[in-house]
Every structure is written in structure tokens, then in C-alpha cells.
Design a protein around this ligand. Structure first.
Ligand code: AMP
Length: 277
């Protein structure tokens, strides 16, 4: 039976009842798809209780972004959580999370200035603030994040290390459809023609190791950018090969673990993807 929790009072009561149990936590913004469900399955296999949060976090969206239009199919989401056997759903509204007078922010320096942080300046402060609150509210044993948002996973891991939060952060592989397209709630914005173009993104990223055999990193990045442009993407924020942990430029490709990461646009929809090299 899925327990639906909408107020902090009921959440804390639920939490008290779980004392001594291992609690797995999967934070989401809802519009659940197989990618989210793969995180939940992993959480179920490693914990006594699994709690999922659905909260479209206003402070991680810039005014020109898609906060208002972000899909919110709560009834369908609840059904999916019930079917997969989740124990509790934490679904606060914005006022429960940010009551009047709220004015604290949690901010990780350094890594948040790169890539996504450069294109979405306040995004990661919004993410770390809400995840910190969620961790305080739930005090999970383990929390599950997708590599789909690879930089977010690194930022949260850093926050947890830096702030001695007693939760183990677990990164989970990207769930893709048969064509290789990374599942995302934002794929719902795409027309069939745009979906065809979106499917090219992962095949271009997959070519990175081959390109790097015959050219240096800067050349490989330019080549991928050109191919993405030809494939029909309207704008490319970045397609880069970086150190897999710091996300800084690679100094020595023979010694560092590397990752290729991209953010691209199809009309008003921004898509991100990444892959280990
Ligand atoms: P979101 O609801 O988009 O904020 O995502 C909630 C969590 O699910 C985040 O940790 C995401 O990285 C993860 N996630 C989203 N899409 C996927 C996917 N295709 N594969 C694996 N994890 C995902």
C-alpha cells in the first residue's frame, strides 16, 4: 500500500515509524518514466522501505524556463508507484517546501560553475537547496540519482561529502529506449520529427572514443558539434569531453577517466545526455 504524504507533519510521523529500517529515497519531479522506475527498482532491492518524492522545484528553474508547463500527471504517477510497490510518496506543494519567509540557500562552489551551471546560472543552488531539505526531511540511508543528470550527481555527491550528510548517494545508469534515446520527462514536448533528430544525440556521443583515436580532444569536440548541427539540432549549448569527476577539461587523456557530455536544443526543448569514455 502506497502512503501518500503531503504535509511535513505526516512525513515526520511516517519517518518515526521507520526507525531502525534502511530507507531508500528517490527524488523526482514526477512525470515518471522507465528511467525513474529503474532507480526505484534499485532502491527496492537495497532497502527495507522506499520513499519517492515528486516535487517540481520552482527555485531550480529560471524565469524563462519551463516551470509552468512542466508535466504534472500526479494521478498516473501515483498509479505507477503503487504498481511497482513503493512504500511512500512525499508530494509537498511549493508552500509546504518554501513557506513565507524562507530565505536560506545551500550552494556548492566550483563544479557548479561549469557546463550546466554556465548555461543555467541559479539552477544548481536550487537543486542543492531542495535536496538538502529533502535529506533533512527524510534522513534516507541511501539516495538514488540518475547519471542522466551527470553533473547534478557529482554536485550532490560533493554536497554530501562536504556537509557530512549521513546518506549514501548512489548513481544509476541512464535508461534509454531501443534507439538509444535517454528517457526524459521533457521528451514529451517533442514532435515525431523532433524525436527522430533527438535520437541522433546518443549516436554522436557514442562516436567520441573512435574520434579520439585519430584526433585531439578539441578536434573531436568540434567534429561532434558539426555532426549535431547537420543532424538538425537548432542550437548546441555544449558538447565536450571532460574529466569524469571534476568535469574540468582533460589534461592527460591517458590517465584520466573521461566523460562526453552534451546539451542541445530542439526549438524550445533543451535535451542533455552523456556517456562514459
Ligand atoms: P527528474 O524527475 O527529471 O528530476 O529526475 C529524477 C531522477 O531520475 C534524477 O536523479 C534523474 O537523473 C533520474 N533520471 C531521469 N531520467 C533518467 C533516465 N533516463 N535514466 C536514469 N535516470 C534518470
Amino acid at each position: 500500500m502506497l502512503t501518500v504524504l503531503k504535509s511535513l507533519e505526516t512525513l515526520w510521523l511516517w519517518r518515526e515509524q521507520q526507525d531502525g529500517k534502511d530507507i531508500g529515497f528517490v527524488p523526482t519531479m514526477g512525470a515518471l518514466h522507465e528511467g525513474h522506475l529503474s532507480l526505484i527498482e534499485k532502491a527496492k532491492s537495497e532497502n527495507d522501505q522506499v520513499i519517492v518524492s515528486i516535487f517540481v522545484n520552482p527555485i531550480q528553474f529560471a524565469p524563462n524556463e519551463d516551470y509552468d508547463t512542466y508535466p504534472r500527471p500526479l494521478t498516473k504517477d501515483r498509479e505507477k508507484l503503487e504498481k511497482i510497490g513503493v512504500d511512500a510518496l512525499w508530494a509537498p506543494n511549493a508552500l509546504e517546501m518554501y513557506p513565507e519567509g524562507f530565505e536560506t540557500s545551500v550552494s556548492v562552489a566550483g563544479i557548479t560553475q561549469l557546463l550546466e551551471g554556465a548555461y543555467r546560472p541559479h539552477h544548481f543552488d536550487g537543486v542543492t537547496t531542495v535536496v538538502n531539505k529533502l535529506f533533512n526531511q527524510i534522513r534516507p540511508t541511501r539516495a538514488y540519482f540518475g547519471e542522466k543528470d551527470y553533473q547534478q550527481l557529482q554536485v550532490i555527491s560533493k554536497m554530501v561529502r562536504d556537509m557530512n550528510i549521513n546518506t549514501k548517494v548512489i548513481g544509476c545508469p541512464i535508461h534509454r529506449d531501443k534507439s538509444g534515446l535517454a528517457l526524459s520527462s521533457r521528451n514529451a514536448y517533442l514532435s515525431p520529427e523532433q524525436l527522430d533528430i533527438a535520437r541522433r544525440l546518443n549516436s554522436v556521443l557514442k562516436s567520441a572514443p573512435d574520434l579520439m583515436r585519430t584526433m585531439d580532444i578539441a578536434e573531436a569536440e568540434t567534429k561532434m558539434k558539426n555532426i549535431l548541427g547537420q543532424a538538425g539540432f537548432d542550437k548546441i549549448d555544449y558538447v565536450v569531453i571532460r574529466n569524469a569527476e571534476t568535469l574540468k577539461p582533460v589534461k592527460n587523456k591517458r590517465e584520466e577517466e573521461m566523460r562526453v557530455l552534451a546539451a542541445v536544443w530542439l526549438d524550445k526543448t533543451r535535451l542533455i545526455d552523456n556517456m562514459g569514455i
